[in-house]
Design a protein around this ligand. Sequence first.
Ligand code: SF4
Ligand code: SF4
Length: 159
Amino acid sequence: MSMETLLKIREMGREIKRKRQNEEINFGYMTAPCGLPCFECYLYLAQFDEEMAETIAGVHGLSKDEIKCKGCRAEGGQCAHLAMECRVYKCIEKTNMKTCAECNDFPCEYLHPYSDQAMKPHNTKVFNLCRIKNVGIEKWAKNEAGDILDKYYYGTWTL
Ligand code: SF4
Ligand code: SF4
């Protein structure tokens, strides 16, 4: 995906969030067990804007309906656009834990980052989960989740 398209999607995402800013979000439900903030995800936000859905569908080579996602838990751990089963979801659904941040084995191999997926948000999972562990889901969701994703995609590397 070109930076131009990525920036266009970012602007559309911001506009959708502005329009929805007074809506209440259940952050516990809308945070995937792996620590991805579904409430910030472009595939989730695409449900609320047809132009956004069309742009993302074009990038993925799928239809608008195929890319729209209601969130990890609502989709039963099966991201709309991915054919593969999620190992994290399969693992945690056998427990009473909300996220991997509560697990004694955290961070396990299922949360490993991969360079070939670096343009997807999955490499942010462990950092998100560490922050959830430190400050709790609500604070992380309201104050940090959007910024973490934004810095991941658009930020400048720093020490
Ligand atoms: S695509 Fe993945 S991260 Fe995005 S809303 Fe769906 S389950 Fe959540
Ligand atoms: S073992 Fe723990 S950290 Fe790993 S996927 Fe399962 S719940 Fe998450």
